[in-house]
Design a protein around this ligand. Sequence first.
Ligand code: KG4
Ligand code: ZN
Length: 328
Amino acid sequence: MLVLGIDTSCDDTSVAVYRADTGRVLSNVVSSQYEFHAPFGGVVPEVAARRHAEQIDAVFNAALKEAGVEPKELNLVATTNRPGLLPALLVGLTFGKGLSFRLGIPFKAVHHIEAHLLSPFIGREPPFPFIGLVVSGGHTVIVVAEKLGKYKVVGKTLDDAVGEAYDKVAKLLSLGYPGGPAIDRLYRSYRGELLKLPKPKVKGLDFSFSGIKTATRRLFEQGAPAVQVAASFQETAVDYLVEKLKKAVKEVGVKRVAVAGGVSANSLLRERLLTLKEEKGIELHLAPLEFTSDNGAMVAYTGYLRFLLEGADPLTVGAQARSPIDEG
Ligand code: KG4
Ligand code: ZN
């Protein structure tokens, strides 16, 4: 079975072809819009939508070509319809539904966070139950995944997502957009002392990043060099994520952990998670680097699993800007 996966929920136009019977991703083409949003220091929804509309045909054609597949060979179209930037989501959704209608094949609408959550398992059966940490530009959640489609949010950010905090700190330090990779690189190059930033005292498994962000700004305004500020921010943010995850493992009592989303590409986070795995005997599943940021492969994979579980969606299905993962 050949599944097409489409994602236009934010600032990447992504299309992938997934062969479900062998579990192989035949192509995964991503066209990023970074340079269009860089002047604004963040994603502008209308700019994103216009760029998706300009790019989607070319990205679709490139994905089919790379996979060596003709449109008529496709068996299922899966497209992200929630959550995300509404104008951006609508471009992929309209394209996906149009394709499904034209080819006479089923359509499946996919939840973007569920797709990130399952991305460490692309190509095989997800091993439920597990604890999932999804860290991206729009989301920071800890989820208990009991079975396919049954997720319980046990922790979430009360303000900024961790990726958003990365992007705002990078903007403050004039490092460009997106901020995560730039800050990560500075951290790696820095050999000096790390400054202490207070970690927010939020109860339970919830997060807050606004305090870390403000403390980071203060350091910079007090004259600390940008590289030292960036490295100190990363040390604190990553420490904080790992601390909460450790707490979740203890409280939930599940030792299988999956970590995904754009920020899961972070080299320090991956390093600290591997240490946690050794120390606590955790079964760790990290999203492969190529599937950490937004991509069509995770959408094709998740759409396929949900299609097997509950069948296709009608072409009347709409897009939703907000949609907690435990509410469908
Ligand atoms: O999952 P994603 O591509 O899009 C959303 O669904 O939001 O995540 C994008 C986020 C951005 O905030 C970006 O700065 C962050 O992931 N990011 C990183 C790294 N690479 C990307 N953050 C920290 N370290 C990285 N290496
Ligand atoms: Zn995402």
